[in-house]
Design a protein around this ligand. Sequence first.
Ligand SMILES: Cc1cc2nc3c(=O)[nH]c(=O)nc-3n(C[C@H](O)[C@H](O)[C@H](O)COP(=O)(O)OP(=O)(O)OC[C@H]3O[C@@H](n4cnc5c(N)ncnc54)[C@H](O)[C@@H]3O)c2cc1C
Length: 395
Amino acid sequence: MSAADLADFRADVRAWCRAHIPSDWRAAQTGATDAEFVAFQQAWFQELRGAGYAVPHWPAEWGGGMSVAQQTVLYRELAAHDAPRLVLAFVAIHHAAATLLAAGTDAQRERHLPAILDGEIWVQGFSEPDAGSDLAALRTTARRQGDAYVVNGQKVWASGAAHADQCLLLARTDPAAPKRRGISYLLMDMRSPGVEVRPIRQATGESHFCEIFLDDVVIPAGNLVGPEHDGWRVAQETLGTERGMTMLELAERLGNGGFRWLVEACARPGRDGTAPLDDSRVRDRLAELETEVTGLRALCADLVANDAPGPADASIVKLYYSELLQRMTDFGAQIAGPAAHTVLRKPLSSGWESGAWVLDFVGSWEWTIPGGTSEIQRSIIGERGLGLPREPKAV
Ligand SMILES: Cc1cc2nc3c(=O)[nH]c(=O)nc-3n(C[C@H](O)[C@H](O)[C@H](O)COP(=O)(O)OP(=O)(O)OC[C@H]3O[C@@H](n4cnc5c(N)ncnc54)[C@H](O)[C@@H]3O)c2cc1C
């Protein structure tokens, strides 16, 4: 696409944003019930879909087909116009779609990709009480019986499970095999008999994630993704997307939402008439953060544009994003002062970026955990990226 075409595209997106982003959504989503949140998210997804903006990263044949340059422009404009985020559809449009496109069958793609566009919600059922960083230690079993698997076990920290229609499930199909080789990747209908979802209430009062209990759940063998016992390899597609592809949008939000608000907060005069920006140390810190955000955005665009990324590239981006988010929201909390500590509620549908700095700082710590903690990303970068000696295994 030429520079002129890209400029036209930007103008179109800007015009669309001005006409379609509800100006009052933050107020309406603050204190909203779960049902209101879901209804709002579903409606916003369809609004974006109508414009061709819901799944820009998907292949054209499935309703996407935007270049990385176009996606960057789209995410930048949505962030700059303070659009709600697709929090509810996140796993469906990223993790599930990428996995199905890379490893699913035609029948699985035809069944689920159009359904996702119609609003099917997905959850990732990987972690278990004793299998987080050491995911391959998972104990949920899937026993083959005729043309189905019978699944028993427990999943935990499943984001959005309370609203999900479908689950990306890892289960052990060969207990005798070395632990990474005996795992299979299954698609599970969350309404199957034997599936029980229990929301986990967090200290903040929200229930972002859930436990999922599985008691003799029958999953048709046609829902197996990739070969039987080869689920570990398929799971790397899901995790690679979580650590990489999703970051393009998030980095643009950080640059055009978070950083812009930070500058605005620094420019706002206090009671004595001076603004934090009058202090050269604040200006220096903003300059450092802007340099970091610019670097992050370039890293993300490079990663997404690269057809053959290095084995640790997605880990570098995920680690950098999540730790920069912490540094930036920490600085925001310092600038905002004691008053920021009294804000107790933030709008749903905003993702982390509520502009309530203390809440956003607390929330930023979430990002260094899912998809592999920062320690795990550092090990991947060291071992796979730099070729350093492998971490010794516990005996
Ligand atoms: C906000 C959020 C959303 C999530 N959503 C989902 C979801 O939708 N689906 C899902 O399946 N899971 C989800 N998770 C779970 C997440 O994937 C796990 O929490 C994560 O993998 C860490 O596992 P754990 O909590 O068991 O911690 P542990 O693995 O017990 O780790 C505890 C600490 O030990 C460190 N550690 C462990 N092993 C090593 C090692 N080898 N080297 C160095 N340090 C190590 C870790 O870095 C960490 O600091 C989510 C988590 C969060 C916070």
